[in-house]
Ligand binder design. Sequence first.
Ligand code: URA
Length: 253
Amino acid sequence: MIRGGPRRRTIAATPKPSAGAHAIPSLDVSATARREELKHLLMAARQCTRCAELASTRTSVVFGAGNADAELMFVGEAPGANEDLQGLPFVGAAGKLLEKLLGEIGLSRAEVFIANVLKCRPPGNRDPQPHEIDNCRPYLVRQIELIEPRVICTLGNFSTKLLRGRPEGITRVHGEAEVRTIGEHTARLYPLFHPAAALYTPSTMETLRADFTRLPAVLALPAPPRPAPVPVLATEPAPPVAEPAQAEQLGLF
Ligand code: URA
């Protein structure tokens, strides 16, 4: 899953808070530069207080972790208690299952990037609230723009509805790859049942495993064509730029 050879592509730099929607500069960004931007985004997320309740109850901001140059990205729902304590996504039972399923198709956790819709744990593991999803969306969109995965597996209802931009639930759309543009990046979305749901329901486990076995074929599809750029009319402010992070020290990417 490590990409072959350096890539150069044009993406928008993380705008400063004062920059309007029309002032997003385009840059040629190498893998190194993209990793640097990801570190800035990490630092911005770690200081985020957009959701007052989550900011006051979290132990850590669970930004995401893995290969910053991954072809395959997973997007779950929100950190749970273990993730909040360790600052890493999917470290509990659901994460172990995810690693096992990855292993069954010859992939390791280190080769992919794993993130969530919310970067902070909702108290008591309650569902993410719509305003929290809205507040956190710019971080996820920017992560996707910087990592540029070829395939994004949404895990469960929240990430599937958010990234498809459609209301259909995971039961209807799992296992069907489709091209979607998220921010400035076009990828194949491949919705999957959430591993936590599979832990409790054998039939869901069977379906999740069957969908996983088709993932290598989805990864082998050619990169989806980029649609013609459309002018950005309005957007939420991007996360503010912060001091460079020490992501390597945190073992995040
Ligand atoms: N469930 C999620 O959706 N994300 C995690 O990080 C852990 C469990």
